[in-house]
Design a protein around this ligand. Structure first.
Ligand code: MN
Length: 199
């Protein structure tokens, strides 16, 4: 069985003006599609052929990023998770139980926001910023290149792609402005909460 590129969970222009249709045409249609295509070439005939993406990632996590198979499986999974973590008219402070949980583990929504922005802007070079659950506590981490934070019982809840291809067409070098848009206008808190419930 081969892996397929999932459709975006919204129209390709639905995240404008924060992420343009042109960015998504390249990011989903070329970059994400490329990882899926590479993955299918790499996995065919191997013991991972019928494994799930996260099983491949977990199986190779002794050396995260150390193989083309890890990197393409991880990037295939990461991008779908990134798309699902956004929606039109999202972002800002969540309500209800999600806000209570952020207050419990970060002190306030603003301190979560500061920590996430710092992780996203402070990641040197290509990578990802993550909200995760670890041992029952929410935390923010960043990872380089394709690495998924699933080792040691950690559960990803939300991610922001900070590879230049995620923002360069819309924001050029201003990664911080892209991260502000992600946090203030795009985060799908219902998706975060569903991952927390499953954690
Ligand atoms: Mn990307």
């Amino acid at each position: 069985m081969s892996f397929t590129l999932p459709d975006l969970p919204y129209a390709i222009d639905a995240l404008e003006p924060h992420i343009s249709k042109r960015t998504l045409e390249f990011h989903h249609g070329k970059h994400h599609a490329g990882y899926v295509s590479n993955l299918n070439g790499l996995v065919e005939g191997t013991k991972h052929e019928s494994a799930s993406l996260l099983d491949i990632v977990r199986d190779l996590s002794d050396d995260p990023g150390g193989s083309a198979l890890y990197n393409n499986a991880a990037q295939t999974w990461n991008h779908t998770f990134f798309w699902d973590g956004m929606r039109p008219d999202g972002g800002g402070e969540p309500g209800g139980a999600m806000l209570d949980r952020l207050k419990k583990d970060f002190g306030s929504y603003d301190s979560f926001r500061d920590k996430f922005k710092q992780a996203a802007t402070g990641q040197f070079g290509s990578g990802w910023a993550w909200l995760i659950e670890s041992d029952g506590v929410l935390d923010v981490v960043s990872t380089g290149n394709a690495v998924v934070p699933v080792a040691d019982g950690r559960t990803p809840l939300l991610t922001c792609d900070v590879w230049e291809h995620a923002y360069y067409l819309d924001y050029q070098n201003a990664r911080a402005d892209f991260v502000d848009s992600f946090l203030d206008h795009l985060v799908n808190w219902d998706f975060v909460e569903s991952n927390l419930d499953a954690a």
